[in-house]
Design a protein around this ligand. Structure first.
Ligand SMILES: [Zn+2]
Ligand SMILES: [Zn+2]
Length: 346
């Protein structure tokens, strides 16, 4: 069994001939991982912005085949194609009872050792599951976008966007691009992405499915107002994690507007002028995905999103074979690729 292990901050290792995972704990399924995508939070862990002591899993955006279904809860059977996402929460813990099923359990309880390993265990009980079955319409590589699509959809839902509103998404990484594409699919005409990476902007302009503004341009705020109207944007989705960007969001949002923060800030905001929160009567909403977005039949809304938008979304992906996994991390960190996926081909 092969895995990509983060042995210390900044130190990745390709480990071959690892022992196969033997013990299947009750309520878990065993997955043979086909592919795993690299998330910004994996990079944060690599750089020590998150603590290795606290994280017991590595890789949470994966697809694969069920090789042992355990007790087979939720109809999960051996041989099924699945992908990771929070698809079910217990419904009766304090978090679930208070409308916060995304806090039901931590990923530490759900994944072992995670998707950068050829085999992983995933929690799957009638009360909690971190996998969803994948239809034939989605290939294994695209299926690794299920968890980020789930998180992006959560940010969109937190924004409570209505027809005719204008939306600006700061940070055109995978989350921002997926969120922008979902918002457009809902019939919202004005969706503007903002980024400063030239390589990324060029790529997004080639893809052509979202309008972008270069925040290096001197008049970039005017460019946003040209698109959203002089009062400012109705909704801002902030996904950069950079505090100066939050400051910019205060400037280009309209009075009474909403700002959804789905990015991970570190440090304190003593350089950000907070007065606009009161002066403009802003609503600031956090977004922490993944979240169990279930349809009334109990299946995943995020899977539907992926099926519907896959032609655009799969273009965000660059695929690396296991042996090139370290390049997949390098290219994700340098920004030369938008979304890198490691494939465990035999
Ligand atoms: Zn993720
Ligand atoms: Zn719960």
């Amino acid at each position: 069994m092969r895995r990509v292990a983060l042995v210390d901050y900044g130190k990745l290792e390709l480990q071959e001939n690892c022992e196969s995972i033997q013990a299947l704990k009750p309520g878990t399924v065993k997955i043979e991982v086909t592919a795993c995508s690299i998330c910004g939070s994996d990079i944060a862990l690599y750089h020590g912005k998150r603590s290795l002591e606290n994280e017991r899993y590595f890789g949470h955006e994966f697809s694969g085949i069920v090789i042992d279904a355990g007790d087979g809860a939720n109809g999960i059977k051996k041989g099924m194609r699945v992908a990771s996402e929070l698809s079910r929460a217990c419904g009766h813990c304090w978090n679930c009872r208070n409308g916060l099923p995304n806090y039901c359990k931590s990923m530490n309880d759900a994944l072992l050792p995670g998707g950068f390993s050829e085999e992983t265990l995933v929690l799957n009980t009638p009360e909690y599951s971190f996998i969803s079955p994948i239809p034939d319409a989605i290939d294994d590589i695209t299926a690794t976008l299920l968890e980020p699509a789930n998180c992006a959809y959560h940010a969109v839902r937190q924004a409570n966007i209505k027809h005719g509103e204008t939306v600006v998404v700061f940070g055109m990484g995978p989350m921002g691009l997926i969120a922008a594409r979902i918002i457009k699919s809902m019939g919202v005409d004005v969706v503007v992405g903002v980024d400063k990476s030239q390589a990324r902007l060029e790529k997004i302009r080639q893809l052509g499915f979202v309008d972008v503004v270069d925040s290096n341009d001197e008049n970039w705020q005017e460019q946003i107002l040209e698109r959203c109207g002089a009062e400012g944007a109705d909704v801002i989705i902030e996904l950069t994690g950079a505090l100066p960007v939050l400051q910019s969001a205060f400037q280009v949002v309209r009075r009474g507007g909403r700002i959804v923060v789905g990015s991970v800030y570190s440090g304190f905001a003593d350089t950000v002028e907070l007065l606009p929160i009161m002066r403009k009567e802003l609503t600031i909403i956090g977004s922490k995905g993944p979240y169990p977005h279930l349809k009334t039949d109990g299946t995943s809304a995020a899977v539907d999103i992926l099926v519907k938008l896959q032609d655009d979304l799969k273009q965000l992906i660059s695929v690396y074979d296991y042996k090139d996994a370290l390049s997949a991390f390098d290219d994700m960190m340098s920004g030369s690729a938008i979304k890198t996926v490691i494939r465990f081909c035999k």
